[in-house]
Design a protein around this ligand. Structure first.
Ligand code: IVH
Length: 681
């Protein structure tokens, strides 16, 4: 290869790799398999080794590689990095107060039109200024005191979501401001990995993000799973400034920068309030922490008119949410025994208001976690409750631990008992597992109660009215031992129970009767087979069509079911190998529990069963949803991206990169006619 050819190839590879980075890290929609990406990356590395003169700052190979620094150099911000005023009134009044202030400053009267706002999330990480010159990332700096920050370019270059080169026409200077943060799942995954290696973990995502950027060795920063969202501008030169803040964010996204999709342009205080409420709902399903939302006057001209007070713009405010973490004390540590015998230590707490409700107990997950966090009776702890998630103890405030006169802690470290606290059976913990279990199986009343509650649960056989308290009595009085016993319940047995009127007893009998008519997927789920959740139960029902086929299946056949691997298959096999379980199933059937059988056998035998399809481009007559329905009705699956595991790609007009990739991988590509032929075969 001549130098010219090498230069051209390197440039093409850089562009292609950055496009894949963008698809993977920013759009969260990978376009090629990892192996193919690695191949491109290595090819570029090889070219750069052979022709060192071709190395450039914006090469994706140069994200990691800087040497540890002796110190960070100061960076003076051309446009100061300001902070925003925080509205701590978490109610709608907080938004109204901001809107009223803005209107007053602008001299608007009551009858004047509503102000337009750009509403977005308040990310919880570290503010960063990215400086792009002629489209290339040349410097990244922290906020510092707002006037002068620290040069953290080397560390920022390791953040794969941050483009090293902007796409499209590049302005002479474009400074982008945004937040570096760590998502919750990334945080958990990172800590898990560190723990497995016996290395230091991060305290929380926020400290993790700030700590990763503010350390001198870029190799360390590269290990951390950092994310970034852009939310504003610094200095710009020769850039066509859009007239609104929302327009600025759109333009940044078009340059390849990650901009959070949870944002909106809204009108007036009522629009702000609705956004605040909507994001509060969405808050718990977001993969990252937010402690509020940010409102900004959308028009940049109005922003300019409003200006600043000291170090805060008059045109923006952060509107907070109630805290999801709070401090309280541990009154006791108790043990809960779950359906599969899993023993969970639970901290009983002095009642505390957190995440919008009063919390009195919080999970410690398992023995390992309880010991790692070293939670003891009397400790002051940080409790976290995010949405519907079970409240958990995050950490202990160690210097507030009650101590004895000799300087030793008043209470001993948590230890798991050797015997189940409910039935006395041995507690077992396989060496490679985190969870200890009671070995009593259905002999253990706690497990029996949980298993029965699971069976009767809303997503299983859905027996209305069979709640915690009632099940407790039914099991304690030995009226119900197995799910089959539920179908033998009589009025007399029920009305003799505490707090059970004849009317409610009758209702329960009706609900039990009603539950007899079910569907196979629910029945399989209700059995409570270890590792078989709702989705797997559905897959199994669809694949086998009837219960006998499932019960007769061996490891190989089980693993032909989509998403069933050796662990799940083993659990299923073990469940049906237990004579007691077969007996209960037979009794249930004898009691009249039934479901339409065999309706999916056709699917199981269809040529589409278990096959993965990718749809791309516009088909001449079918919509994408119609094609998807047809595939799924016949037992096939539809995936979003092409990989080696794709069986068929159905391509229509203007099929783009997915089709290219399918061709590159040598996959079977069908047009609509061929697709219809396959289906009718
Ligand atoms: S705008 C002039 N927008 O909150 C306005 N800030 O005090 C400058 N933050 O440390 C800030 N999310 O890093 C803005 N969507 C958002 C934000 C945001 C988080 C941080 C920012 C700064 C603090 C504001």
């Amino acid at each position: 290869m001549s130098v010219q050819e090498a230069a051209a190839r390197a440039a093409a590879l850089r562009r292609e790799i950055e496009q894949h980075n963008h698809a993977y890290y920013v759009l969260d929609a990978p376009t090629i398999p990892d192996a193919e990406y690695d191949r491109l990356f290595r090819e570029l590395q090889d070219i750069e080794v052979a022709h060192p003169q071709l190395l450039s700052m914006d090469s994706p190979t140069q994200r990691v590689g800087g040497k540890p620094l002796p110190e960070f150099l100061p960076v003076r911000h051309v446009v100061p990095m300001l902070s925003i005023r925080t509205e701590t009134d978490t109610e709608p009044t907080g938004a109204r107060a901001f809107d009223a202030r803005v209107r007053r400053e602008l001299g608007l009267a009551e009858g004047d039109a509503a102000i337009e706002y750009a509403a977005e999330l308040k990310f919880d990480g570290l503010a960063i200024n990215l400086r792009y010159e002629d489209g290339v990332l040349v410097q990244a700096a922290t906020r510092g005191d707002g006037e002068t920050g620290e040069d953290v370019t080397q560390n920022i270059r390791t953040v794969r979501r941050i483009p090293l080169r902007l796409t499209g026409e590049a302005p002479a200077v474009l400074e982008v401001r945004g937040e570096v943060f760590i998502s919750r799942p990334d945080f958990e995954r990172y800590n898990e990995k560190q723990r497995a290696l016996g290395k230091a973990t991060l305290v929380n995502p926020r400290n993790g993000a700030a700590g990763s950027i503010r350390q001198l060795d870029p190799a360390m920063a590269a290990e951390r799973p950092l994310s970034f969202y852009a939310y504003g501008l610094g200095e710009t030169r020769a850039w066509d400034l859009p007239p609104t803040h929302a327009g600025v964010l759109d333009a940044l996204a078009a340059c390849g920068l990650p901009v959070c999709e949870h944002r909106a342009v809204v009108q007036g205080a009522e629009g702000l309030i609705a956004f605040h409420a909507r994001m509060r709902e969405a808050r718990d399903s977001l993969p990252f922490d937010i402690d509020g939302v940010v409102y900004k006057v959308n028009s940049l001209a109005l922003q300019q008119r409003l200006g600043f007070v000291t170090r805060e713009p008059r045109w923006a405010v952060a509107h907070k949410y109630p805290a999801e973490e709070a401090l309280t004390t541990v009154e006791a540590i108790e043990l809960q025994v779950g359906r599969t015998g899993a023993i969970t230590p639970v901290a009983r707490l002095a009642p505390v208001f957190v995440g919008g409700v009063t919390v009195t107990n919080a999970t410690l997950h398992n023995e390992g976690e309880a010991r790692r966090k070293d939670v003891r009776i009397g400790d002051t702890v940080v409790v976290r409750r995010a949405g519907d998630v079970i409240p958990e103890v995050v950490s202990v405030v160690v210097d507030q631990r009650p101590m004895k006169a000799d300087g030793e802690p008043l209470h001993a470290a948590f230890e798991l008992p050797k015997a189940c606290p409910v039935c006395g059976s041995a507690v077992e913990r396989p060496e490679d597992e985190a969870i200890a279990r009671c070995s009593g199986g259905l002999f253990c009343p706690a497990q029996r109660k949980r298993a029965l509650l699971h069976f009767a649960g809303r997503r299983a056989l859905d027996i209305e009215g069979l709640g915690d308290k009632l099940m407790e009595q039914l099991v304690d009085h030995a009226i119900v031992k197995t799910p089959a016993d539920l179908y033998k319940l009589g009025l007399l047995a029920l009305v003799n129970l505490e707090r059970m009127a004849e009317k409610s007893a009758l209702n329960i009998l009706v609900a039990v009767e009603k539950s007899k008519h079910t569907i196979l997927a629910r029945f399989i789920f209700a059995l409570g087979i270890r590792n078989v959740g709702e989705t797997t139960a559905k897959d199994l029902a669809r694949h086998f069509g009837n219960l006998d086929a499932l019960m007769a299946a061996d490891l190989d056949r089980l693993q032909q079911v989509p998403d069933v691997g050796p662990v799940v298959a083993e659990s299923i096999l073990r469940f049906f190998a237990e004579p007691h379980n077969i007996e209960v199933i037979e009794q249930l059937r004898a009691a009249g529990v039934n479901w339409p059988e065999g309706e999916s056998v056709a699917a199981a035998n269809s040529p589409l069963a278990g096959k993965t399809f990718v749809l791309t481009g516009a088909l001449p007559t079918l919509t994408r949803d119609e094609a998807k329905d047809m595939i799924e009705a016949l037992g096939g699956k539809v995936a979003g991206s092409v990989s080696k595991k794709t069986d068929y790609v159905v391509a229509g007009a203007e099929a783009g990169s997915k089709l290219d990739k399918a061709q590159a991988l040598g996959l079977t590509i069908l047009d609509e006619t061929q697709f219809r032929e396959l289906i009718s075969s």
